[in-house]
Design a protein around this ligand. Structure first.
Ligand code: PEP
Length: 251
């Protein structure tokens, strides 16, 4: 059975105090029988603090929002995968559309980042997704296929078990426009089929595929009820404890 995961991508939001208060609030209200894997992805600056706060709660861990494609050295301002791992984070989010757009991250660079993450024992939440122009011109399937295959298909089936895919249509991120359940399910099924062709049914069936893009308490239940949607990568709604908590309990 694949994992149900809800990950909160805080982006460049919340200062240290507000971040700590949010995590305290969520941890304090998580039901004792919580079955969802919950991930907080705060800023690097207090990643260690958040990871430590999660340490005693089953199924709750921290992630970084990125890592360097280099192992170490003269890369001022960069943060390496081994630094992230030493802060007790368990995951790294890679290939978010904001990083692809604002920092011109390429599929090749992301392939290198995946390598760094694995070398430091981090699991990867790998983001993919199309723009509105690409969807409207019908190239979105090919685009998503190239994002996944160029950055991930060098991995062995065993390595692929450390990958979570997040499908995030760019036109739905932070816009308030959510992909319809059938639009999201269609792409998730396409991705799972792609994984089955490359790695076989077992890997495809055990890979968690998350949806991201204006996911909130009011639409999470319907989205998560879809056959191939195993949870969400949440931006805006992860900044409010009660909203994030409600999404984690929407399965
Ligand atoms: C995201 O940034 O990954 C995201 C899905 O943002 P939002 O939920 O705000 O659309």
């Amino acid at each position: 059975m694949r994992k149900n995961i809800v990950a909160g991508n805080w982006k460049m939001n919340l200062n240290r105090q507000d971040g700590i208060a949010l995590v305290e609030d969520v941890l304090g209200k998580l039901p004792a029988d919580n079955k969802t894997h919950v991930i907080f992805a705060p800023s690097f600056v207090y990643l260690h603090k958040v990871a430590k706060m999660c340490a005693d709660t089953p199924k709750v861990v921290a992630a970084s929002q990125d890592c360097s494609s280099n192992e170490k050295g003269a890369f001022t301002g960069e943060v390496s995968a081994s630094m992230i791992s030493s802060c007790k984070a368990r995951y790294v989010v890679l290939g978010h559309s904001e990083r692809r757009a604002n920092f011109t991250e390429t599929n090749d660079q992301l392939k290198a980042k995946v390598g760094q993450a694995f070398a430091s024992d981090l699991k990867v939440i790998f983001c993919c997704g199309e723009s509105l122009v690409q969807r409207e011109s019908g190239v979105h399937f090919e685009w998503i296929k190239s994002q996944i295959s160029e950055s991930l298909f060098h991995l062995s089936a065993d390595e692929f078990k450390k990958i979570v895919i997040a499908y995030e249509p760019i036109w739905a991120i932070g816009t308030g426009v959510t992909a319809s359940t059938s639009q999201a399910q269609e792409i998730h099924a396409f991705i799972r089929n792609l994984l089955a062709e490359k790695y076989g049914k077992e890997v495809a069936e055990s890979t968690s595929i998350l949806y991201g893009g204006s996911c909130k308490p009011s639409n999470a239940k319907e989205l998560f009820a879809s056959q191939d949607i195993d949870g969400g990568l949440i931006g805006g709604a992860s900044l409010k404890a009660d909203d994030f908590l409600a999404i984690t309990q929407s399965f």
